[in-house]
Design a protein around this ligand. Structure first.
Ligand SMILES: [Fe+2]
Length: 263
């Protein structure tokens, strides 16, 4: 693989968006312009992009065979997502957006992300009685990690000039729910390629966006930190409602303890 943009031990990501592990290219699925069109602000301004243009690749379960049993034991999956650097009309390239289902009544599964290369803008939104009552924007660059707390839907925009490579650690016990984002034609705010946010009229009245710094402390990488201390990530498979409320590690640690008790 030529032109590496990221490497961590046996994991390599090339400029062509290929990902290899131990020298073997990993399989992936894609989202194209056609797939993401239902959540775009501009659909008639994409004339340069064919509907088959790949916007991002998803590498699921990108773990070394020797480590698979420990991920399975903790019911967690490690994925890599690579987003092209391009614009979709007035917007940055972005993911489709989804919510996670509930682990327990009123508490959905959280997710941990780390940016490996490039810059990400995480757009989080929380619903209360079907209305968006909070919208958070969290920007992260290489090395930065972000928690998607329970009950937040999320979209990630590639808000940099390079391909965005990010990893995530998430429970294997659920499938993501896309319908709310498709029904509303995207998130509550669209992030334009000049960094501005404009409200999505489909939602009606919206709260002001909050620019947050909900960082997860990652020592080396999500992958290596998990291998070193998998118990510290068990809150992802068994969350409590307190996780991420304060946005600090104390909240995560407390949630982890409560989550374990609940199970
Ligand atoms: Fe997610």
């Amino acid at each position: 693989m030529d032109n590496l943009i990221y490497q961590l031990g046996p994991l390599k990501v090339g400029k062509d968006l290929d990902v290899s592990l131990d020298g073997t290219l990993l399989p992936y699925t894609v989202r194209t312009v056609r797939d993401v069109a239902p959540v775009l602000l501009d659909t008639d301004n994409l004339s340069k992009l064919s509907p088959d243009t790949v916007l991002y690749r998803m590498y699921r379960d990108a773990v070394q065979a020797v480590h698979r049993p420990i991920f399975e034991k903790y019911r967690l999956r490690f994925d890599i997502t690579v987003l092209q650097s391009l614009h979709l009309g007035r917007e940055f390239n972005k993911t489709l957006g989804h919510f996670h289902p509930d682990f327990s009544p009123g508490t959905s599964y959280p997710e941990a992300y780390q940016v490996l290369h490039g810059e990400a803008c995480f757009l989080l939104q929380k619903l209360k009685d079907g209305i968006v009552d909070e919208f958070r924007v969290i920007k992260a660059s290489a090395g930065g990690a972000v928690l998607i707390p329970p009950n937040y839907g999320h979209v990630t925009a590639n808000c940099g000039k390079d391909p965005l490579v990010m990893s995530n650690l998430v429970s294997t016990d659920f499938a993501s729910m896309y319908s709310e984002y498709v029904r509303h034609k995207g998130a509550a705010y669209y992030m334009l390629a000049d960094g501005r946010l404009i409200p999505n009229p489909s939602y009606g009245r919206l709260p002001k966006p909050v620019y947050a710094k909900d960082r997860l402390n990652v020592r080396r990488s999500l992958y290596l930190d998990f291998l070193e201390n998998p118990d510290s990530f068990s809150y992802l498979a068994a969350p409590s409602p307190q996780i991420g409320v304060s946005g600090d590690l104390q909240g995560v640690a407390e949630g982890a303890r409560q989550g374990r008790r609940k199970k």
